[in-house]
Design a binder for this molecule. Structure first.
Ligand SMILES: [Zn+2]
Ligand SMILES: [Zn+2]
Length: 409
Protein backbone atom coordinates (compact mmCIF):
# COMPACT_ATOMS: atom_id res chain seq x y z
CA UNK A 1 0.00 0.00 0.00
CA UNK A 2 1.55 3.29 -1.01
CA UNK A 3 -1.01 5.66 0.41
CA UNK A 4 -3.89 5.59 2.87
CA UNK A 5 -6.14 7.83 0.83
CA UNK A 6 -5.50 6.95 -2.82
CA UNK A 7 -5.81 3.28 -3.73
CA UNK A 8 -3.12 1.95 -6.04
CA UNK A 9 -4.00 1.56 -9.74
CA UNK A 10 -3.66 -2.22 -9.20
CA UNK A 11 -6.26 -2.22 -6.43
CA UNK A 12 -8.64 -0.20 -8.59
CA UNK A 13 -8.16 -2.59 -11.50
CA UNK A 14 -8.74 -5.63 -9.27
CA UNK A 15 -11.86 -4.09 -7.75
CA UNK A 16 -13.22 -3.24 -11.20
CA UNK A 17 -12.53 -6.75 -12.42
CA UNK A 18 -14.31 -8.25 -9.38
CA UNK A 19 -17.27 -5.98 -10.04
CA UNK A 20 -17.47 -7.09 -13.69
CA UNK A 21 -17.17 -10.79 -12.87
CA UNK A 22 -19.76 -10.64 -10.07
CA UNK A 23 -22.16 -8.81 -12.39
CA UNK A 24 -21.78 -11.44 -15.11
CA UNK A 25 -22.24 -14.28 -12.59
CA UNK A 26 -25.43 -12.66 -11.31
CA UNK A 27 -26.66 -11.95 -14.78
CA UNK A 28 -25.95 -15.53 -15.91
CA UNK A 29 -27.73 -16.94 -12.84
CA UNK A 30 -30.79 -14.78 -13.54
CA UNK A 31 -30.83 -16.00 -17.18
CA UNK A 32 -30.45 -19.58 -15.97
CA UNK A 33 -33.42 -19.07 -13.65
CA UNK A 34 -35.51 -17.73 -16.53
CA UNK A 35 -34.60 -20.75 -18.70
CA UNK A 36 -35.55 -23.16 -15.89
CA UNK A 37 -38.89 -21.44 -15.34
CA UNK A 38 -39.53 -21.76 -19.09
CA UNK A 39 -38.63 -25.48 -18.93
CA UNK A 40 -40.99 -25.93 -15.96
CA UNK A 41 -43.80 -24.32 -17.94
CA UNK A 42 -43.16 -26.52 -20.97
CA UNK A 43 -42.99 -29.59 -18.69
CA UNK A 44 -39.75 -30.99 -17.21
CA UNK A 45 -41.19 -34.50 -17.45
CA UNK A 46 -42.13 -34.12 -21.11
CA UNK A 47 -38.79 -32.59 -22.11
CA UNK A 48 -36.34 -34.62 -20.01
CA UNK A 49 -38.22 -37.33 -18.12
CA UNK A 50 -37.15 -35.73 -14.83
CA UNK A 51 -39.62 -35.10 -12.03
CA UNK A 52 -38.51 -31.52 -11.35
CA UNK A 53 -36.22 -28.82 -12.70
CA UNK A 54 -34.21 -29.09 -9.47
CA UNK A 55 -33.56 -32.80 -10.04
CA UNK A 56 -32.53 -32.03 -13.62
CA UNK A 57 -30.10 -29.35 -12.46
CA UNK A 58 -28.73 -31.73 -9.84
CA UNK A 59 -27.69 -34.14 -12.59
CA UNK A 60 -26.77 -31.64 -15.31
CA UNK A 61 -24.77 -29.24 -13.15
CA UNK A 62 -23.86 -31.28 -10.03
CA UNK A 63 -25.71 -28.63 -8.02
CA UNK A 64 -27.07 -29.85 -4.65
CA UNK A 65 -30.85 -30.08 -4.89
CA UNK A 66 -31.58 -27.51 -2.14
CA UNK A 67 -29.40 -24.93 -3.94
CA UNK A 68 -31.13 -25.77 -7.24
CA UNK A 69 -34.51 -25.40 -5.55
CA UNK A 70 -33.60 -22.00 -4.10
CA UNK A 71 -32.48 -20.81 -7.53
CA UNK A 72 -35.72 -21.97 -9.18
CA UNK A 73 -37.95 -20.64 -6.41
CA UNK A 74 -36.27 -17.23 -6.75
CA UNK A 75 -36.66 -17.33 -10.53
CA UNK A 76 -40.39 -18.08 -10.28
CA UNK A 77 -40.92 -14.86 -8.31
CA UNK A 78 -39.22 -12.58 -10.83
CA UNK A 79 -40.32 -14.24 -14.08
CA UNK A 80 -43.85 -14.39 -15.49
CA UNK A 81 -45.69 -17.64 -14.91
CA UNK A 82 -48.31 -19.51 -16.88
CA UNK A 83 -51.58 -21.10 -15.82
CA UNK A 84 -52.32 -24.71 -16.76
CA UNK A 85 -54.41 -23.43 -19.67
CA UNK A 86 -51.45 -21.41 -20.95
CA UNK A 87 -52.69 -17.97 -19.91
CA UNK A 88 -49.91 -15.78 -18.45
CA UNK A 89 -49.53 -14.88 -14.75
CA UNK A 90 -47.54 -11.66 -14.22
CA UNK A 91 -44.36 -11.95 -12.14
CA UNK A 92 -44.55 -10.85 -8.50
CA UNK A 93 -41.45 -8.69 -8.99
CA UNK A 94 -40.88 -7.96 -12.70
CA UNK A 95 -38.63 -4.92 -12.22
CA UNK A 96 -36.48 -6.91 -9.80
CA UNK A 97 -36.18 -9.57 -12.50
CA UNK A 98 -34.94 -6.99 -15.02
CA UNK A 99 -32.38 -5.62 -12.53
CA UNK A 100 -31.24 -9.18 -11.74
CA UNK A 101 -30.71 -9.98 -15.43
CA UNK A 102 -28.63 -6.80 -15.70
CA UNK A 103 -26.41 -8.27 -12.95
CA UNK A 104 -27.20 -5.53 -10.43
CA UNK A 105 -28.71 -7.56 -7.54
CA UNK A 106 -27.25 -10.14 -5.15
CA UNK A 107 -29.34 -13.20 -4.29
CA UNK A 108 -29.96 -12.04 -0.69
CA UNK A 109 -31.15 -8.72 -2.13
CA UNK A 110 -33.58 -10.43 -4.52
CA UNK A 111 -34.87 -12.58 -1.62
CA UNK A 112 -35.38 -9.53 0.62
CA UNK A 113 -37.30 -7.63 -2.06
CA UNK A 114 -39.53 -10.55 -3.10
CA UNK A 115 -40.32 -11.53 0.49
CA UNK A 116 -41.47 -7.95 1.21
CA UNK A 117 -43.52 -7.77 -2.00
CA UNK A 118 -45.22 -11.09 -1.18
CA UNK A 119 -46.70 -9.40 1.90
CA UNK A 120 -47.55 -6.02 0.36
CA UNK A 121 -51.21 -5.55 -0.75
CA UNK A 122 -51.25 -5.95 -4.57
CA UNK A 123 -52.25 -2.33 -5.28
CA UNK A 124 -49.03 -1.12 -3.59
CA UNK A 125 -46.68 -3.65 -5.17
CA UNK A 126 -45.37 -1.52 -8.05
CA UNK A 127 -44.48 1.50 -5.92
CA UNK A 128 -43.02 -0.62 -3.11
CA UNK A 129 -40.83 -2.47 -5.62
CA UNK A 130 -39.63 0.81 -7.15
CA UNK A 131 -38.72 2.18 -3.70
CA UNK A 132 -36.86 -0.95 -2.65
CA UNK A 133 -34.94 -1.16 -5.95
CA UNK A 134 -33.94 2.52 -5.81
CA UNK A 135 -32.59 2.00 -2.28
CA UNK A 136 -30.86 -1.23 -3.36
CA UNK A 137 -28.67 0.83 -5.74
CA UNK A 138 -26.84 2.32 -2.79
CA UNK A 139 -27.47 0.03 0.21
CA UNK A 140 -26.85 -3.59 1.24
CA UNK A 141 -29.59 -6.19 1.58
CA UNK A 142 -29.82 -5.76 5.37
CA UNK A 143 -30.57 -2.06 5.04
CA UNK A 144 -33.09 -2.79 2.29
CA UNK A 145 -34.72 -5.36 4.61
CA UNK A 146 -35.08 -2.65 7.25
CA UNK A 147 -36.76 -0.37 4.69
CA UNK A 148 -39.03 -3.28 3.73
CA UNK A 149 -40.05 -3.74 7.36
CA UNK A 150 -40.97 -0.03 7.56
CA UNK A 151 -43.03 -0.27 4.34
CA UNK A 152 -44.87 -3.32 5.69
CA UNK A 153 -45.50 -1.71 9.10
CA UNK A 154 -47.06 1.21 7.24
CA UNK A 155 -49.16 -0.80 4.74
CA UNK A 156 -50.07 -3.88 6.84
CA UNK A 157 -50.33 -2.50 10.40
CA UNK A 158 -51.67 -5.46 12.40
CA UNK A 159 -51.41 -8.57 10.29
CA UNK A 160 -54.40 -10.87 9.98
CA UNK A 161 -56.98 -11.22 12.74
CA UNK A 162 -56.68 -14.55 14.53
CA UNK A 163 -59.54 -16.89 13.69
CA UNK A 164 -61.33 -17.85 16.94
CA UNK A 165 -64.52 -19.09 15.36
CA UNK A 166 -63.13 -22.40 14.09
CA UNK A 167 -65.80 -25.11 14.49
CA UNK A 168 -65.19 -28.27 16.46
CA UNK A 169 -63.72 -30.85 14.06
CA UNK A 170 -63.57 -34.63 14.20
CA UNK A 171 -60.29 -35.81 15.68
CA UNK A 172 -59.22 -37.96 12.71
CA UNK A 173 -59.54 -36.65 9.19
CA UNK A 174 -57.34 -37.28 6.22
CA UNK A 175 -57.48 -35.73 2.78
CA UNK A 176 -55.45 -37.22 -0.03
CA UNK A 177 -56.10 -35.68 -3.41
CA UNK A 178 -54.56 -36.06 -6.81
CA UNK A 179 -54.15 -32.75 -8.61
CA UNK A 180 -54.38 -32.51 -12.38
CA UNK A 181 -50.60 -32.09 -12.51
CA UNK A 182 -50.19 -35.60 -11.05
CA UNK A 183 -48.97 -34.22 -7.71
CA UNK A 184 -50.82 -35.51 -4.64
CA UNK A 185 -51.68 -33.29 -1.72
CA UNK A 186 -52.02 -34.67 1.78
CA UNK A 187 -53.52 -32.89 4.75
CA UNK A 188 -55.42 -33.92 7.83
CA UNK A 189 -56.14 -33.48 11.52
CA UNK A 190 -55.47 -36.08 14.18
CA UNK A 191 -55.87 -36.59 17.89
CA UNK A 192 -52.77 -36.11 19.99
CA UNK A 193 -52.01 -39.79 20.32
CA UNK A 194 -52.20 -40.58 16.58
CA UNK A 195 -50.20 -37.47 15.80
CA UNK A 196 -47.47 -38.44 18.25
CA UNK A 197 -47.27 -41.97 16.83
CA UNK A 198 -47.07 -40.69 13.25
CA UNK A 199 -44.39 -38.24 14.32
CA UNK A 200 -42.34 -40.97 15.97
CA UNK A 201 -42.67 -43.19 12.88
CA UNK A 202 -41.62 -40.46 10.44
CA UNK A 203 -38.82 -39.27 12.74
CA UNK A 204 -37.29 -42.70 12.73
CA UNK A 205 -37.34 -42.82 8.91
CA UNK A 206 -36.32 -39.20 8.28
CA UNK A 207 -32.89 -39.26 9.91
CA UNK A 208 -30.10 -37.59 8.03
CA UNK A 209 -28.10 -40.07 6.01
CA UNK A 210 -24.53 -40.52 7.06
CA UNK A 211 -21.80 -42.27 5.13
CA UNK A 212 -19.00 -41.86 2.64
CA UNK A 213 -21.27 -40.24 0.07
CA UNK A 214 -20.98 -36.87 1.86
CA UNK A 215 -23.48 -34.65 3.60
CA UNK A 216 -27.24 -35.16 3.27
CA UNK A 217 -28.45 -31.98 1.58
CA UNK A 218 -32.18 -32.74 1.83
CA UNK A 219 -34.29 -30.08 3.54
CA UNK A 220 -36.42 -31.09 6.52
CA UNK A 221 -39.65 -31.25 4.47
CA UNK A 222 -37.85 -33.34 1.84
CA UNK A 223 -36.55 -35.76 4.47
CA UNK A 224 -40.06 -36.12 5.91
CA UNK A 225 -41.54 -36.51 2.42
CA UNK A 226 -39.10 -39.34 1.69
CA UNK A 227 -39.89 -40.80 5.13
CA UNK A 228 -43.61 -40.77 4.32
CA UNK A 229 -43.00 -42.54 1.02
CA UNK A 230 -40.90 -45.17 2.83
CA UNK A 231 -43.58 -45.61 5.50
CA UNK A 232 -46.16 -46.32 2.78
CA UNK A 233 -43.86 -48.91 1.16
CA UNK A 234 -43.14 -50.58 4.49
CA UNK A 235 -46.87 -50.74 5.33
CA UNK A 236 -47.66 -52.16 1.88
CA UNK A 237 -45.04 -54.84 2.40
CA UNK A 238 -46.32 -55.70 5.87
CA UNK A 239 -47.72 -59.23 6.29
CA UNK A 240 -50.47 -57.69 8.43
CA UNK A 241 -52.04 -56.02 5.42
CA UNK A 242 -55.45 -57.56 4.53
CA UNK A 243 -55.19 -60.20 1.82
CA UNK A 244 -57.19 -60.05 -1.38
CA UNK A 245 -57.89 -63.38 -3.08
CA UNK A 246 -54.81 -64.90 -1.50
CA UNK A 247 -52.50 -62.08 -2.58
CA UNK A 248 -51.28 -59.05 -0.74
CA UNK A 249 -53.75 -56.23 -1.39
CA UNK A 250 -51.99 -53.73 -3.55
CA UNK A 251 -53.63 -51.43 -6.00
CA UNK A 252 -55.28 -53.06 -8.97
CA UNK A 253 -54.51 -51.71 -12.41
CA UNK A 254 -56.32 -52.85 -15.50
CA UNK A 255 -54.33 -52.46 -18.69
CA UNK A 256 -54.35 -54.20 -22.04
CA UNK A 257 -51.33 -56.31 -22.91
CA UNK A 258 -50.81 -54.25 -26.05
CA UNK A 259 -50.74 -50.97 -24.10
CA UNK A 260 -48.48 -52.48 -21.48
CA UNK A 261 -46.04 -53.55 -24.20
CA UNK A 262 -46.04 -50.25 -26.03
CA UNK A 263 -46.28 -48.03 -22.94
CA UNK A 264 -48.81 -45.96 -24.88
CA UNK A 265 -52.45 -45.64 -23.84
CA UNK A 266 -54.32 -45.59 -20.57
CA UNK A 267 -54.67 -47.95 -17.63
CA UNK A 268 -57.48 -47.97 -15.08
CA UNK A 269 -56.17 -47.55 -11.56
CA UNK A 270 -58.21 -49.03 -8.68
CA UNK A 271 -61.52 -47.22 -8.71
CA UNK A 272 -60.03 -43.76 -8.37
CA UNK A 273 -58.95 -42.96 -11.87
CA UNK A 274 -56.56 -43.61 -14.69
CA UNK A 275 -52.85 -43.66 -15.16
CA UNK A 276 -50.79 -43.75 -18.33
CA UNK A 277 -49.74 -47.12 -19.64
CA UNK A 278 -46.12 -45.93 -19.27
CA UNK A 279 -46.76 -45.48 -15.56
CA UNK A 280 -48.44 -48.90 -15.35
CA UNK A 281 -45.28 -50.36 -16.89
CA UNK A 282 -43.19 -48.99 -14.01
CA UNK A 283 -45.54 -50.50 -11.44
CA UNK A 284 -45.84 -53.76 -13.31
CA UNK A 285 -42.05 -54.04 -13.29
CA UNK A 286 -42.02 -55.44 -9.78
CA UNK A 287 -44.65 -55.72 -7.13
CA UNK A 288 -46.16 -52.49 -5.94
CA UNK A 289 -49.21 -52.74 -8.16
CA UNK A 290 -50.75 -55.93 -9.49
CA UNK A 291 -51.60 -55.42 -13.14
CA UNK A 292 -54.70 -57.17 -14.37
CA UNK A 293 -53.59 -57.63 -17.93
CA UNK A 294 -56.44 -57.74 -20.38
CA UNK A 295 -56.61 -59.46 -23.76
CA UNK A 296 -58.18 -58.22 -26.98
CA UNK A 297 -61.71 -58.62 -25.66
CA UNK A 298 -60.83 -57.21 -22.24
CA UNK A 299 -60.71 -60.72 -20.78
CA UNK A 300 -58.17 -60.98 -17.92
CA UNK A 301 -54.99 -62.80 -18.92
CA UNK A 302 -53.09 -64.73 -16.32
CA UNK A 303 -49.71 -63.78 -17.74
CA UNK A 304 -48.90 -61.28 -15.00
CA UNK A 305 -49.12 -63.68 -12.13
CA UNK A 306 -47.33 -66.47 -13.96
CA UNK A 307 -44.31 -64.65 -15.26
CA UNK A 308 -43.87 -61.49 -13.33
CA UNK A 309 -43.54 -62.30 -9.64
CA UNK A 310 -40.03 -62.48 -8.26
CA UNK A 311 -39.69 -65.47 -5.93
CA UNK A 312 -38.33 -65.05 -2.41
CA UNK A 313 -35.15 -66.92 -3.33
CA UNK A 314 -34.51 -64.81 -6.41
CA UNK A 315 -35.15 -61.65 -4.43
CA UNK A 316 -32.58 -62.73 -1.84
CA UNK A 317 -30.03 -63.35 -4.60
CA UNK A 318 -30.78 -59.90 -6.01
CA UNK A 319 -30.28 -58.34 -2.54
CA UNK A 320 -26.92 -60.10 -2.23
CA UNK A 321 -25.72 -58.99 -5.64
CA UNK A 322 -26.87 -55.35 -5.63
CA UNK A 323 -27.00 -54.71 -1.84
CA UNK A 324 -29.38 -51.78 -2.34
CA UNK A 325 -30.42 -49.46 -5.13
CA UNK A 326 -27.96 -50.08 -7.96
CA UNK A 327 -28.28 -46.55 -9.41
CA UNK A 328 -24.95 -44.63 -9.27
CA UNK A 329 -24.73 -42.60 -6.07
CA UNK A 330 -27.86 -43.95 -4.37
CA UNK A 331 -27.62 -45.29 -0.82
CA UNK A 332 -31.11 -46.78 -0.39
CA UNK A 333 -30.95 -50.21 1.31
CA UNK A 334 -32.61 -53.33 -0.16
CA UNK A 335 -35.83 -53.05 1.88
CA UNK A 336 -36.61 -49.78 0.04
CA UNK A 337 -36.04 -51.30 -3.37
CA UNK A 338 -38.00 -52.94 -6.17
CA UNK A 339 -36.83 -55.28 -8.88
CA UNK A 340 -36.55 -53.67 -12.31
CA UNK A 341 -36.83 -56.00 -15.32
CA UNK A 342 -34.16 -54.78 -17.77
CA UNK A 343 -36.28 -56.26 -20.55
CA UNK A 344 -39.89 -55.91 -19.43
CA UNK A 345 -41.64 -59.21 -18.75
CA UNK A 346 -44.49 -58.05 -20.98
CA UNK A 347 -41.96 -58.01 -23.85
CA UNK A 348 -40.81 -61.52 -23.01
CA UNK A 349 -37.99 -60.60 -20.61
CA UNK A 350 -37.20 -63.43 -18.19
CA UNK A 351 -37.57 -63.07 -14.42
CA UNK A 352 -34.02 -64.09 -13.52
CA UNK A 353 -30.83 -62.48 -12.19
CA UNK A 354 -29.47 -61.59 -15.63
CA UNK A 355 -32.57 -59.51 -16.33
CA UNK A 356 -33.19 -57.90 -12.91
CA UNK A 357 -31.73 -54.88 -11.13
CA UNK A 358 -32.56 -53.69 -7.63
CA UNK A 359 -33.69 -50.04 -7.62
CA UNK A 360 -35.32 -47.62 -5.20
CA UNK A 361 -38.72 -46.27 -6.27
CA UNK A 362 -37.28 -42.88 -7.21
CA UNK A 363 -34.52 -44.20 -9.46
CA UNK A 364 -36.77 -46.91 -10.86
CA UNK A 365 -39.11 -44.22 -12.14
CA UNK A 366 -36.24 -42.09 -13.40
CA UNK A 367 -34.94 -45.06 -15.37
CA UNK A 368 -38.32 -45.68 -17.03
CA UNK A 369 -38.91 -42.03 -17.87
CA UNK A 370 -35.56 -40.59 -18.82
CA UNK A 371 -32.74 -41.50 -21.15
CA UNK A 372 -30.85 -43.56 -18.54
CA UNK A 373 -30.29 -47.20 -19.50
CA UNK A 374 -29.10 -50.19 -17.49
CA UNK A 375 -27.35 -53.39 -18.53
CA UNK A 376 -25.57 -56.27 -16.85
CA UNK A 377 -21.84 -56.04 -17.58
CA UNK A 378 -19.64 -59.03 -18.38
CA UNK A 379 -18.70 -59.36 -14.68
CA UNK A 380 -22.38 -59.92 -13.89
CA UNK A 381 -22.94 -56.56 -12.18
CA UNK A 382 -25.35 -53.84 -13.31
CA UNK A 383 -24.05 -50.63 -14.89
CA UNK A 384 -25.92 -47.54 -16.01
CA UNK A 385 -25.51 -45.50 -19.19
CA UNK A 386 -26.36 -41.82 -18.66
CA UNK A 387 -28.50 -40.02 -21.26
CA UNK A 388 -26.52 -38.19 -23.94
CA UNK A 389 -27.53 -34.81 -22.52
CA UNK A 390 -25.61 -35.66 -19.33
CA UNK A 391 -22.62 -37.39 -20.94
CA UNK A 392 -22.21 -37.32 -24.71
CA UNK A 393 -19.96 -40.42 -24.61
CA UNK A 394 -22.49 -42.28 -22.43
CA UNK A 395 -19.70 -43.82 -20.32
CA UNK A 396 -21.20 -46.50 -18.00
CA UNK A 397 -21.47 -45.66 -14.30
CA UNK A 398 -21.82 -47.92 -11.28
CA UNK A 399 -22.91 -47.56 -7.69
CA UNK A 400 -19.95 -48.04 -5.38
CA UNK A 401 -21.68 -46.85 -2.20
CA UNK A 402 -23.06 -50.10 -0.82
CA UNK A 403 -20.83 -51.95 1.61
CA UNK A 404 -20.04 -55.53 0.65
CA UNK A 405 -22.05 -57.91 2.83
CA UNK A 406 -20.18 -59.57 5.71
CA UNK A 407 -20.82 -62.98 4.18
CA UNK A 408 -20.66 -64.39 0.68
CA UNK A 409 -23.60 -65.22 -1.51
ZN1 LIG B 1 -38.67 -51.15 -14.14
ZN1 LIG C 1 -31.91 -45.19 -5.82
Amino acid sequence: MTSNTTPSPDAVAFADRIGELVASMRSAEAELGAVLVEIEQRGVMELFGYRSAARLLEHLADMPKPAAERLIKRARLVNPGRNLDGSPIPALAPATGAAARAGRLSNPMIDVITSVLAQVPPEHCVSAEANLLAFAEEAGHKQVAALGARILAHLVPDGDEPDDTEPVVPTRELFLRRKRTGIWELSGRFDDETGARAHALLDSLAERRTGDEGPDFRTTPQRYGDAFSDAVDLALNSPELPMQAGERAHVMVAVSLEDLKSGVGKATLGDTGTMTAAEARVHACDAMIIPAVLGDKSEPLNLGRLRRLISAGLRRALFLRDRGCAFPGCHRPPRHCQGHHIRHWADGGPTDLTNLVLMCAHHHRLLHRSGWEVRIATDGLPEFLPPAFIDRRRKPRRNNLHEPLPFTA
